[in-house]
Ligand binder design. Structure first.
Ligand code: SAH
Ligand code: SF4
Ligand code: F3S
Length: 452
């Protein structure tokens, strides 16, 4: 008999990928994916610990899931609840103290143990916590990925982080840096393309620090991209997230030489103030960031940039914040994410006594976001009239509309494009908004290929 598995994913793309892999792990036990909590036999929350709000969300969702669990119980049925991901890793058994109806807690490195945990939870009536990082890497213990991701697919190539930025929980929740072997990545990429992927986004918390084993030697991320580009049917390659310190010469160069590598880079800078960057332990200056941007623009003149910013880091003065605004004006971003600094337990910046008032954080965030929105709107507007290849992989908001990404990572919606679902098509941009562009298909272009 098949059982229903409901997974809710929070946080970054690595969690999106991990959720697919958890579904892979549970499939042989008869679990199939379900979109609703109500009829689920197993609910997994794949959580994020990056900011306080992300964590709060998990507990409020758990409250709602408990109601469904109770309803099932009243009918004599069982629902198992697992908390996985970064909150699982960071809080461990504490979660079961706070929410005793949670049956299992696991971390990002232990999800290959899920089947065995489920067996134990059924036998012992819950209380299963599995957080030990095994010496063997989980990737070697996972079954082959089997769930088709569609035209645009994620592939984790690197895990963990050794950077220890003073605000960040990731090194504690994801563990030390680890790169998958080139052969394993190539096999998985070929499988994804066989299942219809036209675009692959290589994932890692520090993806450009990738150094995977390759025939006795070591491959850099640029080496890996070069090999992936040889796969027939794979038309687009992206990677995220990168650290400025690891933006090596060969990676900058391949942006200019490999047409399958998309002209878009998410390169978090966090702050434009060297003083703050130093105290964030970012290991780069604003100058180094400008230099990388300039070299990338030389290598690939049309490259578009995105970034992450934190405002209100402990001790951030008005002047420090102005330095961030100056950096934004100088670089000109196509899009960006910005956050108020959030004190995370166990990180050095959380115990800094120069915490910034909420009101000041709010004001700075608003000013920064206004500027970033202006740049994003201007960037999108500059696309109107141009023809770009778009990978139409999803339903749009409106009836008969498909949505896809331009090479520059802009969302593009196209009306009446159903015959081209899952394909790369040339689209002439007709309108621009803050978060998207609209366009029309250019018929009879060389860019139309069957996706699979
Ligand atoms: N590995 C990536 C992403 C880390 S998490 C990187 O190195 O950039 C994604 C973003 O969340 C970070 O870039 C940062 O801007 C933000 N972030 C991390 N910790 C935070 C905190 N304590 N408060 C606010 N934002 C935070
Ligand atoms: Fe966190 Fe810094 Fe590592 Fe990014 S590089 S995951 S911000 S510690
Ligand atoms: Fe969140 Fe963990 Fe990703 S803390 S951002 S889910 S690595």
């Amino acid at each position: 008999m098949t059982k229903k598995l409901y997974i809710k994913t929070y946080g970054c793309q690595m969690n999106v990928y991990d959720s697919l892999r958890m579904a892979d792990v549970m499939a042989p036990l008869g679990y199939s994916a379900s979109d609703t909590v109500e009829d689920a036999d197993l609910v997994i929350l794949n959580t994020c610990h990056i900011r306080e709000k992300a964590e709060d969300k998990v507990y409020s969702d758990l409250g709602r899931i408990l109601k469904e669990k109770d309803k099932k119980k009243a009918k004599g049925e069982k629902m198992l609840i697992a908390v996985g991901g970064c909150v699982g890793q960071a809080e461990g058994a504490e979660i079961i103290h706070r929410a005793p109806y949670v049956d299992m807690v696991l971390g990002p490195q232990t999800y290959h143990q899920l089947p065995e945990m489920v067996t134990r939870a059924i036998r012992d009536g819950g209380g299963v916590v599995e957080l030990e990082f095994p010496t063997v890497q989980k990737f070697d213990l996972l079954p082959e990925s089997n769930i088709a991701q569609g035209a645009s697919a994620f592939l984790s190539v690197q895990e963990g982080c050794d950077k220890f930025c003073s605000f960040c929980v990731v090194p504690y929740t994801r563990g030390v840096e680890y790169s998958r072997k080139v052969s394993a990545v190539m096999d998985e990429a070929k499988r994804l393309v066989g299942q219809g992927a036209v675009e692959i986004t290589l994932l890692g918390q520090n993806v450009n620090a990738y150094h995977g084993e390759n025939k006795g030697g070591t491959a850099t991320l640029a080496d890996l991209i070069a090999q992936l580009a040889n796969i027939n049917g794979l038309e687009r390659i992206r990677y995220t997230t990168s650290h400025p310190r690891d933006m090596s010469d060969d990676l900058i160069a391949i942006h200019g030489s490999e047409p399958k590598l998309m002209p878009f880079l998410h390169l978090p800078v966090q702050s434009g103030s060297d003083e703050i960057l130093k105290r964030m332990n970012r290991k780069h200056t604003a100058e180094l960031y400008f230099d990388i941007i300039a070299r990338l623009r030389t290598s690939r003149p049309d490259i578009a940039f995105s970034s992450d910013f934190i405002v209100g880091f402990p001790g951030e003065s008005d002047k420090d914040f102005e330095d961030t605004m100056t950096l934004v004006r100088q670089v000109q971003f196509a899009q960006a994410y910005s956050f108020k600094y959030s004190q995370r337990p166990g990180t050095p910046a959380a115990v800094d006594d120069r915490q910034i008032e909420e009101k000041v954080k709010d004001e700075r965030l608003q000013r920064l976001q206004t500027l970033l929105r202006e740049q994003q709107t201007a960037y999108n507007a500059s696309g109107v009239g141009k023809t770009m290849s778009v990978l139409l992989d999803r339903d749009g908001k409106h009836e008969g509309q498909l949505l896809g990404k331009s090479p520059y990572m802009q969302s593009v919606h196209v009306q009446g494009a159903e015959p081209y679902r899952g394909q790369l098509v040339d689209v002439k941009m007709t309108g621009a908004f803050l978060n998207s562009l609209s366009g029309e298909i250019v018929e009879n272009t060389v860019n139309m290929r069957k996706a699979s």
